[in-house]
Design a protein around this ligand. Structure first.
Ligand code: HEM
Length: 202
C-alpha cells in the first residue's frame, strides 16, 4: 500500500518535471532571449506575458504548485535515495548524483530569482530590462545567475534522460545511448540561449 503510494508520487514527480515545469522553463528561456534584440523587444515580450488572460491561474496551477510539489518531493528523493552503483556504468552514476545536486542548486536559484523578480513585482516594482540590467551589472550576481541557469538547464536535460527510462520510452542500451546525445544537444542549445540572454543584460 505504502509502496504503491510512493510509486504514484514518483510518477507525478517525474511527469511534473517535464509537463508543465520543463515546458515552462523552455518557454521562459526563449521569451527572455528577446533581451538580445534590445531593451524595447524584451520589455514588449515581458509585458505580453504579463498581460496573458488568466495570468494568476496560469502562474499558480502551471508554475507555482507543480514546482512546489516537484521541489519538496525532489528534496525527499535527493536525501533518501541510495546510489545505484551496480546498475549503471561510471558515467550514469555521476549523472545520477549530479541530478540530485543540480536539483538542490536549482531550488536555491529559483527561490532567489522569484523573490528578486516576481515577488518584487507583486510589491509594486516594475520588472523590466532595466531591473535585470541593475541586478546583473554586479559581477557576483552575474556569476550566481550563470551558475543557476546552467545547473537548472542541466537538471532539466538530464531529467529528460531519466524520464525516458522512468516511462519506458528508452529501454534498450542503444535507445539510452541515443537519448544521451539528444539530451546533451538540448542542454547545449538551451544553455546557449540562457547564457546569451544573461550577457545581453550584463
Ligand atoms: C525548473 C525547475 C525544474 C525542472 C524543469 C525539473 C525537471 C526534472 C525532470 C524532467 C526530472 C526527471 C524525472 C524522471 O526521472 O522521471 C527531474 C528529476 C528530479 N528532480 Fe527536478 N526539476 C526542477 C526543479 C527541481 C527542484 C527545485 C528539485 C529539488 C531538489 C528537484 C529535484 C529532482 C530530483 C531529486 C529528481 C530525480 C528523480 C528521480 O531520479 O527519480 N527538481 N526534474
Amino acid at each position: 500500500m505504502a509502496a504503491n503510494r510512493e510509486f504514484q508520487y514518483r510518477r507525478i514527480h517525474s511527469l511534473l518535471g517535464v509537463i508543465p515545469i520543463g515546458i515552462f522553463l523552455t518557454q521562459h528561456l526563449v521569451v527572455n532571449h528577446f533581451a538580445t534584440k534590445g531593451e524595447e523587444s524584451f520589455n514588449q515580450a515581458a509585458h505580453f506575458m504579463e498581460s496573458l488572460p488568466f495570468r494568476y491561474a496560469l502562474e499558480i496551477f502551471i508554475i507555482f504548485l507543480p514546482i512546489v510539489f516537484h521541489a519538496i518531493y525532489g528534496l525527499y528523493i535527493a536525501f533518501t535515495a541510495k546510489t545505484n552503483v551496480n546498475n549503471y556504468g561510471f558515467f550514469r552514476n555521476w549523472m545520477f548524483i549530479l541530478q540530485r545536486v543540480s536539483g538542490v542548486i536549482t531550488l536555491i536559484f529559483i527561490t532567489w530569482h522569484v523573490w528578486e523578480t516576481r515577488i518584487q513585482a507583486a510589491l509594486g516594482k516594475e520588472v523590466d530590462f532595466q531591473m535585470m540590467e541593475r541586478i546583473l551589472s554586479n559581477p557576483a550576481m552575474l556569476a550566481f545567475y550563470i551558475v543557476g541557469v546552467v545547473f537548472t538547464i542541466f537538471h532539466f536535460a538530464n531529467g529528460l534522460w531519466s524520464f525516458g527510462v522512468s516511462w519506458g520510452l528508452t529501454v534498450t542500451p542503444r535507445s539510452q545511448r541515443i537519448s544521451t546525445y539528444v539530451t546533451l544537444a538540448i542542454f547545449l542549445a538551451l544553455t546557449f540561449v540562457g547564457v546569451r540572454t544573461l550577457f545581453a543584460f550584463a
